[in-house]
Design a protein around this ligand. Structure first.
Ligand code: DP6
Length: 340
């Protein structure tokens, strides 16, 4: 059986940064994101004797995967098998998998595809397993988390939390949907100042988070109020509150990154300039817009529908930047014809 799942990235408003267990990707704190409507990544999965992973880019050319990237798929499949055994679903997963990834993410757009790839892989694996036993969405989110922590959140559309849980059980961190995509139409205008690949990826970065003297205070802030405030802002569609909480959290995460040992500096002078300029535009024109940055220099400008045209014009006025416009999305689809 060949299964193809289509998934999209998500953008975090409360960022996941740091694990209590790196091997199992058990986060140190809750996080929260908005699933995007585009760009999509298709992943086809079928049973095989040996692992093979093929990846093609949006222009149809093949992307060569490094040994480390292939190893990550291998390790993810082994962890998925361990989790399914814990669910008493034994031998449902074939010996190995033939995985084909087709990314529709345009070249140079620094949108992380790993969330989309690993959630699509999890959905594909769940479909193979479903011949034996159906899995609930939160169980599929655990499968996705084992490949990439933030991938757990792309299992759902709309606004989604990844609840960290407490112990070292493989299943103890799961995603949950707060509201679907119809609740609040927020847009994400992505301003991409640099096409350079980042030097330290998220997986290595997570492992350094605890070396920052500010890490514990950040986790405490998320646990005591920030995550709850963010959920409340979304439920009440209170953009001002969402802006305050999300900007506080992205600043806080980058502070932790920059004070870890060694320091991780993902933001560039261009990032700071875009943030300064959008902040002054917001004050001048009373525009509802918030900025947030992941582990890279890219600035996500999130705004309600009626501000999107102005933010779009602002984004296009930025020199030497690629712009990608997307909005809140519905999450995954399984492609009926099985083709990517
Ligand atoms: C800054 O999910 O990319 O984007 O589990 O190693 O794949 P891995 O990490 P990843 O970390 C996401 C980091 C972030 C914040 C976020 O998306 O919450």
């Amino acid at each position: 059986m060949l299964v193809t799942a289509r998934y999209t990235p998500n953008i975090a408003l409360i960022k996941y940064w740091g694990n209590r267990n790196n091997g199992l990707r058990l986060p140190a704190a809750d996080s929260l994101s908005m699933t995007l409507s585009e760009p999509t990544v298709d992943v086809s999965v079928e049973a095989a004797k040996y692992l093979s992973v093929r990846s093609t880019k949006s222009d149809g050319t093949e992307k060569r995967l490094s040994e480390a990237q292939i190893r990550r798929f291998q390790e993810t499949i082994e962890l998925m098998r361990r989790y399914l055994e814990a669910l008493h679903i034994k031998e449902a997963l074939p010996e190995s998998l033939r995985i084909s990834i087709h990314s529709h993410i345009p070249p140079g757009v620094g949108l992380a595809s790993s969330a989309a790839v690993f959630s699509a892989l999890a959905r594909g694996v769940a479909s193979l397993v479903e011949e034996t036993q159906a899995l609930a969405p939160e169980e599929i989110s655990v499968l996705a988390r084992l490949g990439s922590g933030s991938a757990a959140r792309s299992i759902y559309g709309g606004f989604v939390t990844l609840e960290s849980g407490e112990d070292n059980d493989i299943a103890s961190a799961q995603a949950a949907q707060i509201t679907d995509e119809h609740h609040w139409e927020l847009h994400d205008i992505v301003v991409i100042p640099s096409e350079e690949a980042k030097k330290i990826g998220s997986t290595e970065g997570h492992a350094l988070a605890q070396t920052s003297p500010h890490f514990i205070a950040r986790i405490e802030a998320i646990r005591s109020h920030r995550q709850r405030d963010c959920i409340d802002a979304i439920q009440k569609k209170d953009f001002e509150k969402l802006q305050r909480v999300a900007e506080e959290d992205t600043t806080d995460m980058h502070h932790v990154m920059m004070t870890s040992k060694p320091p991780l500096r993902y933001l560039t002078e261009d990032t700071h300039r875009i943030v300064r300029e959008v902040t002054s535009l917001r004050e001048k024109e009373h525009l509802p817009v918030l900025y947030t940055m992941d582990a890279g220099p890219t600035v996500h400008l999130i705004c309600p529908k009626d501000a999107a045209d102005k933010i779009h014009a602002f984004a296009h006025s930025q020199k030497n930047c690629l712009i990608y416009a997307t909005k809140i999305g519905k999450g995954a689809t399984l492609l009926a014809d099985g083709s990517a």
